[in-house]
Ligand binder design. Structure first.
Ligand SMILES: NC(=O)c1ccc[n+]([C@@H]2O[C@H](COP(=O)([O-])OP(=O)(O)OC[C@H]3O[C@@H](n4cnc5c(N)ncnc54)[C@H](OP(=O)(O)O)[C@@H]3O)[C@@H](O)[C@H]2O)c1
Length: 263
């Protein structure tokens, strides 16, 4: 059965590839982006591939943009939009952390509330939260982002239990991607070097850290979005989606192991 699926942050990366995969499978896709320019580019790229897709700007932090969702009958909301921010919790400016939580948690939940209003009334719907394996294992120097994803994964699990009590056929799911090469991780790890001056507690090791981060992500990242896009498509189409989908599986396995070992 085809569904109407709204996805946020679809201008790039996992969101864009998911929007295209869902359109290929015949769903009506509302592919939303942070800027008008991204929406235009996305529409053009979809046209070139012969895909039908509705693209428009929806900055999730803006109330008037959030309200756009209410103009559509949305069967599935995919909360994909997010930003990254790195740096030690000992010195990162809390304004940066607040801004990150604004996007990754608060705006995401506000948009979800707009979707839930119609879904609860209609007694059907699915909401997917794209969290991260960084929301399962604390990651030093990535804690602003990691904390926001811990909060998002917890919020999703709690909301799922609340929706179960309502018995209105509303399904809440968390998707936890491992490291995937989209450019997101590089931009995130680099963000701290914009403000870590010579007085930083970690200035003496900044060059070595930068090098190590490049090596780690180069080694760790899945080279394509295929496995995570498949998981998102599966959860979007499922009658009763599971609480949690993790991909690539090998990274999910690594996280489980790390938790068992108490890392
Ligand atoms: N890549 C990974 O290794 C990885 C791992 C775990 C989880 N994830 C999660 O997967 C999702 C997609 O990430 P990605 O790797 O595909 O990176 P990405 O290409 O940077 O995707 C994030 C998208 O969110 C958009 N966005 C940011 N703020 C927004 C706002 N206020 N309103 C609307 N859109 C906004 C970004 O727009 P701009 O381009 O304009 O900033 C971008 O298009 C994110 O939730 C990320 O946390 C990624």
């Amino acid at each position: 059965m085809t569904k109407t699926i709204l996805i946020t942050g679809a201008g790039t990366g996992i969101g864009k590839d998911t929007a295209f995969a869902l359109a290929q499978r015949g769903h009506r896709v509302l592919a939303t982006t942070q800027t008008e320019a991204q929406a235009l580019n996305l529409k053009q790229a979809a046209n070139e591939q012969g895909l039908l897709l509705e693209a428009f700007k929806l900055d999730i932090t803006l109330k008037e943009d959030q309200a756009l969702l209410a103009q559509h009958h949305v069967d599935v909301l995919i909360n994909n939009a997010a930003m990254g921010e790195s740096g030690s919790l000992a010195e990162v400016d809390m304004q940066r952390v607040r801004q990150l939580f604004e996007v990754n948690l608060f705006a995401t939940l506000e948009l979800t509330q707009v979707a839930l209003r119609q879904m609860i009334e209609r007694e059907s719907g699915t909401v997917l939260f794209i969290s991260s394996i960084a929301g399962r294992v604390p990651m030093p120097f990535l804690m602003p982002y990691s904390m926001s994803k811990f909060a998002l994964s917890a919020a999703a699990a709690g909301l799922r239990a609340e929706m179960d009590q309502l018995k209105k056929n509303i399904h809440i799911t968390v998707i936890e991607p491992g490291a995937i090469h989209t450019g997101f991780n590089q931009a995130m790890t680099d963000s701290k070097y914009a403000w870590m001056g010579p007085s930083s507690y970690f200035a003496h090791q900044a060059e070595a850290m930068k090098k190590q981060e490049r090596i780690t992500f180069n080694w760790l990242e899945a080279k394509t979005t295929r496995s995570i896009v498949n998981a998102i498509v599966k959860a979007s189409e499922a009658k009763r989606p599971r609480l949690r989908y993790v991909a690539p599986w090998i990274q999910g396995f690594g996280v489980r192991l790390a938790r068992i070992l108490g890392v």
